[in-house]
Structure formats: structure tokens, C-alpha cells
Design a protein around this ligand. Structure first.
Ligand code: ADP
Length: 494
């Protein structure tokens, strides 16, 4: 009798394997970190063999320590760090170069050159993305242009490209399956999200042979089978991490929004069965969709410095010992005392997009104390998220009334209440803390009939309702806007 689904959650710094039961509860988990490689400032790589080896070892550890027999596992779902590009030799199975990680900026100049050629609009219309080094396309081109012999091999059809999901599936099926899902494809800058096909014109623009690219499938169907410690188990769910979290949070209707409050904050809103092309600096992307269902889309925006501002209080300013202490100190004062922090440590992202701006603290008076600074730092996470929510509301031309949350900093009740108040919406924090892995498990479980109905509403949630008066909200947001102006002025003075 099948009792479990195994989720493989391949993140940026670690590979995790999690077993879920019939109610989508976590039964057992194992996590293995792998090394990051920084060959030059701004460059980030990983060894694809490390990625695979750590995913594999976390998987066997998870199953071994759970005591579950592999025969009891109904299916495997994969979720992964997105945009990271791997190119390998079809015959030998060896990568021709390290994985170029999503954070890597080595192709920024190439992107600038494409921008000067006037390609940004074409790329935006076809892919929903901003022309940026973040996405996979220019990373693939870099490998073909810079690794000796790679271009000839690619032209002869001997190289394969994959994001991390594709690489793992290929390895786990002994090279039998070369597929990805639409959520991952939509982050490559080569995939037309209107037609849901690889785009020949964009591939030609970046000089990438279409023959290297994986077949694109839905996020919930059987792609192949793997040998899991002797048992033959279908691999039947794939989604990029943010789309998996959107699905795991049950955001399946137009207007449903989730925020993952981690080091940065990732906001995704379901936009239903049509892409919404942003006028406010957000990107359009494909949401996890099951086989046979109309394709769902999402709008995405991210905040570069989210929980990281709390780490800054801890590590640089040494105002707190532990991130969780931020709530205790912030509660010691009634409000921010007029103090605002704009933590633009590496520029301001969506919807402002000022990469040269630097952080500011405004509104300091003689009475401003450490608690005010801590409170302002926490509130800055909510204000920055609110700027993205406002852009989403405007792009979608509709209101957003409910927000589902996950990630480390969502544990902070003061922050969650402040987000509800400042964005005037209801914040729902599910008891299930593993939204991303749960999303992959739910997608896999759906494909093999393991999860009959979706389980989202059966969970115990914590709800934060908005209580703030409208004029108070307006006054605080005015202060934030003035602080952002000061931050942008810092850019001009650089
Ligand atoms: P990531 O997946 O990006 O590593 P996590 O989801 O593990 O991030 O969240 C860690 C981040 O959340 C850190 O930046 C940390 O400072 C912040 N954080 C964790 N707990 C709290 C808390 N109680 N209050 C505020 N921030 C927190």
C-alpha cells in the first residue's frame, strides 16, 4: 500500500529530501549542504555532480532514517532553485562546465549589449521577463562561447541543457528522460509564454541550438521512473521553487498571493489563465499547472533585502543576538518614532529598479533609540513588500485581499500584523511550514491519484486581520515614500 510522497527540494545552498504522508504532513527530512564556488567577484557556480550527489545522499538518508520501505512511496516530486544553467554531454553524462547559478552576474555586459540592440521589448513580449543576467539564456550562451569545443559539440547535437530539475531527472532516470516543466522553462528567456513553446527567434538571437533544450511538460504528470533503493517509483511532479510554494500555499485562483519571507522576499500572485505583462517592473511567469488543465500564470516581484536586514542588525550593528529577538525589542516601542530604514544595500529592486541606490535611515531625532531602529528594520520588510503588492494591484487592475505567507521571517508576529495593516489585507500563515516542498509533493501526488482533493483548507492557520485606520496607513506610507526618495537621492550623489 502506497503511503508516502517524496519531495526533492534542491535549493541554492542545500539539497533536502522530505517524505510527506497522506495528509501532507512532514514525516521525515534530511538536508545536505553543498559548496558554492566564487571564481571571481560577482560570479557564482556549483558543481553539478555535487548537486546530484547531495540530492541523492539526502534522499537515501531520509528514507533510511524514516524506516519507510521505498515500495510504500507513491511518487517523487522535484522543486528547485530556478534559472541555474547546466550543460552536459549527452553521451558521457559529464557536465562541460560548472552550473552557472542564478545569482551569477557574468553575463551583465551581454545583457547591456542586447539592450542597446533594442531587444528588451521583444524579450518582454515573448517571455514576460526583464532582459537580465539572472535568467538562464545568456548563461547557456556564455558556456557555448567560452568552453573550448562546446559550440561544435552543441551544433552536432551532442550537448544537452537543463535547469536543475532537468539535470536531476536525467541523472535519476539514467539519462532516459530529458524534460522540464513550464515553470522552469519560463525562467530561461527562451520560452514563449504566450504559445508555451521554445522560441526559435530568441534561440537564434542567443545562438543556442534548439536541439539542446529539454521537452517542456506540465508540472504534474509522470515523466519517467527511477530506481529508488530497489523500488521503481514514478517521478511525477516538477516546479521551480517559487511556483511550487505558490501551489503549496493553495494559491490556485486569480488574485491569490503568497510571500516567502526569507533572506529576500519573493512575491507571486496568480493571474489566472492569461499572462499579465507588467507596466510596473514585475515579471510575468508560468504558474504550476497540472496535465490537461489550462495553463495558469503568475506575476512575480522580489525584494532583495528582506530577512537580511535583520541579519544586518545582528551581525553588523550587533543590536540583537538572534533574528527572533527583533520582535521582542520592536514591541518595546509604540511605533517607529518617525524612523524609516530603506535597506537598499545592493540597489532597490521591483518596482523601483535603481541598482545604484544605497540604503538610508531617515527621521532620526534625539529620542530615536535602538528599539526604533529595530522596529524600522522590521517594518522595512513590510513596506518593500507593499510596494510590490501595490504594483501587482495596479498591473492586475484588481484588489488583492488575502496574502499567504511562509519563510523564516514569517514567524515574526509583529511583522505579519504590520504587513496586514500597511497593505490592508488578511495575512494567513499556515501551520505547514514547508510550502515549497509540499507544493512539489502535492503536484506529484495529484499525478498518481495519491492526493484526491487538495488539502490546503484542512490546515491550522494563524490569521492576521488589518486593524489600522486608513489615515494612519496613509501617514505611514507617506513617510516611507519620503524615505525612498531620500534613498534615490543617495544614488544621484554617487
Ligand atoms: P532563506 O531560505 O533565504 O535562507 P529562511 O526562510 O530560512 O531564508 O529565513 C531566514 C531569514 O529570516 C533570515 O534573514 C533571518 O534573519 C530572518 N528571520 C528568521 N526568523 C526571524 C524572526 N523571528 N523575525 C525576523 N526575521 C527572522
Amino acid at each position: 500500500m502506497k503511503q508516502y510522497i517524496l519531495a526533492l527540494d534542491e535549493g541554492t545552498t542545500s539539497a533536502r529530501s522530505i517524505l510527506f504522508d497522506r495528509e501532507c504532513n512532514v514525516v521525515c527530512m534530511a538536508q545536505h549542504e553543498f559548496p558554492q564556488i566564487y571564481p571571481r567577484p560577482g560570479w557564482v557556480e556549483q558543481d553539478p555532480m555535487d548537486i546530484y550527489a547531495n540530492q541523492y545522499s539526502s534522499m537515501t538518508e531520509c528514507i533510511a532514517k524514516s524506516g519507510v520501505s521505498p515500495d510504500e512511496i507513491a511518487g517523487v516530486g522535484v522543486t528547485n532553485q530556478r534559472e541555474t544553467a547546466i550543460v552536459w554531454n549527452k553521451r558521457t553524462g559529464k557536465p562541460v562546465y560548472n552550473a552557472i547559478v542564478w545569482q551569477c552576474r557574468r553575463t551583465a555586459d551581454l545583457c547591456d549589449a542586447l539592450e542597446r540592440q533594442g531587444c528588451a521589448e521583444l524579450i518582454a513580449q515573448k517571455t514576460g521577463l526583464k532582459l537580465d543576467a539572472y535568467f538562464s539564456g545568456t548563461k547557456i550562451k556564455w558556456i557555448l562561447d567560452n568552453v573550448e569545443g562546446a559550440r561544435e559539440l552543441a551544433n552536432r547535437g551532442e550537448l544537452l541543457f537543463g535547469t536543475v530539475d532537468t539535470w536531476l531527472l536525467w541523472k535519476l532516470t539514467d539519462g532516459k528522460v530529458h524534460v522540464t516543466d513550464r515553470t522552469n522553462a519560463s525562467r530561461t528567456m527562451l520560452y514563449n509564454i504566450n504559445t508555451c513553446e521554445w522560441d526559435a527567434e530568441l534561440c537564434a538571437l542567443l545562438d543556442i541550438p534548439v536541439s539542446m533544450l529539454p521537452e517542456v511538460r506540465s508540472s504534474s504528470e509522470i515523466y519517467g521512473e527511477m530506481n529508488l533503493m530497489g523500488a521503481h517509483v514514478p517521478i511525477c511532479g516538477i516546479a521551480g521553487d517559487q511556483q511550487a510554494a505558490l501551489y503549496g500555499q493553495g494559491c490556485l485562483q486569480k488574485g491569490d498571493l503568497k510571500i516567502t519571507y526569507g533572506t529576500g522576499c519573493f512575491l507571486l500572485a496568480n493571474t489566472g489563465n492569461a499572462p499579465v505583462f507588467s507596466r510596473r517592473g514585475l515579471v510575468a511567469t508560468v504558474a504550476a499547472t497540472c496535465a490537461g488543465e489550462p495553463v495558469q500564470y503568475a506575476l512575480e516581484g522580489s525584494v532583495f533585502v528582506g530577512g537580511a536586514v535583520i541579519q544586518w542588525l545582528r551581525d553588523e550593528l550587533r543590536m540583537i543576538k538572534d533574528s527572533a529577538d527583533s520582535e521582542y525589542f520592536a514591541r518595546k516601542v509604540r511605533d517607529n518614532g518617525g524612523v524609516y530604514i530603506v535597506p537598499a544595500f545592493a540597489g532597490l529592486g521591483a518596482p523601483h529598479w535603481h541598482m545604484r541606490a544605497r540604503g538610508v535611515i531617515t527621521g532620526l531625532t534625539r529620542g530615536a533609540g535602538v528599539e526604533h531602529i529595530i522596529r524600522a528594520a522590521l517594518e522595512s520588510i513590510a513596506y518593500q513588500s507593499d510596494d510590490v503588492i501595490t504594483a501587482m494591484r495596479s498591473d492586475m487592475n484588481s484588489d488583492i485581499r488575502v496574502l499567504k505567507v511562509d519563510g523564516g521571517a514569517s514567524a515574526n508576529n509583529l511583522l505579519m500584523q504590520f504587513q496586514a495593516d500597511i497593505s490592508d489585507l488578511e495575512v494567513i500563515r499556515p501551520a505547514q511550514k514547508e510550502a515549497t516542498a509540499a507544493g512539489a509533493a502535492l503536484l506529484a501526488g495529484k499525478a498518481v491519484g495519491f492526493y484526491q482533493d487538495l488539502l490546503f483548507d484542512k490546515q491550522l492557520n494563524t490569521v492576521f486581520k488589518p486593524y489600522m485606520a486608513a489615515d494612519e496607513r496613509r501617514r505611514l506610507l507617506d513617510g516611507w515614500r519620503r524615505a525612498v526618495k531620500a534613498c534615490l537621492a543617495s544614488e544621484e550623489s554617487l
